[in-house]
Design a protein around this ligand. Sequence first.
Ligand code: AMP
Ligand code: MG
Length: 344
Amino acid sequence: MPDRNHQATPASGNRVASFCTDSPADLAKLAETLRSGGLVAIPTETVYGLAANALDEAACRRIFDVKGRPLLDPLIVHVPDHAAGERLARFDARAVRLAEAFWPGPLTIVLPKRGIVPAIVTAGRATVALRSPAHPAARRLLAAVGIPLAAPSANPFGYISPTTAQHVAESLGDRIPFILDGGPCAIGIESTIVALAPGRPARILRPGSISCGELAEALGEPVDEAPAPSSAQEADVEAPGMLARHYSPATPAALFDHGTVPDARADEAVVFQRRPEKAMDGPGAPTVFWFSESGDAAEVARNLYALLRGLDERAFTRIHIERAPPSPLGNSINDRLRRAATAD
Ligand code: AMP
Ligand code: MG
């Protein structure tokens, strides 16, 4: 874990973000920053978010500026609980059931919005995406600030999501005043997003650690699975996290099937799901890495982005990545890997 209260290394420029803790004094400072329209990077159990007052249009616009995020990509709003969510959106019986079953936790629910939510948050849509994060520091900040927080992942648009405070500092440290350091994220991939349109079956817009089966069980009815990635050129995407290329390293990445060995060169990296039984050595062999000792999918998800970021800083010409074996979480991991490896 990074040292607390140290200065982050700036990516460029001169203003440098301060790392904060969830001490009462730091939380009061962060809450004041958010209330006056500033941005704060926050830990959640999925990935780090770049938070602003969700009811302040100018503050939310700053999120788009800092991330280089297109305005057509709506933001997820973070609330302490279902009651706070009710002020922003209309919950039907299914939404209440999902909030009761999975909040606080890594489930984002897309619901008909109320007038109080500024259009910039929803990219002009009639729906708003809501989530109640489980991370204790995020919850303490939500309680201290008393307003809903719009927060997409705290990374430049399209790049790999941050799972430590240091990751945030490396790419946005010169553009934001404060990073609340809550340690490494426990889950490591973004929330499951489910849309609940009245009169239609629940539909997964982005797979995550909460599976289709778990949602169907809580609802007592079938849930439509996430669609295959859409084209990056497609402008009117239902959830821009669905863009074919997203979560991507700058180094070209290629996927290979689980249980196989890729044809890779000495200047390339090969990443397996688990520690391989046989070394790839000899002249011309690539450098080998793995996401998890045992291949446990939760551990792979937790380590996924940190390893890809680390590899992206080295001089490999290509990163070959093994697909996860099929399982609910493995399929969500493969969704992120597919986007990381998409060239357009
Ligand atoms: P991130 O940038 O990782 O925070 O991703 C946020 C995701 O939530 C994006 O992919 C958004 O498209 C999705 N999202 C937010 N609001 C809505 C909405 N009203 N309808 C559908 N998806 C949404
Ligand atoms: Mg993102």
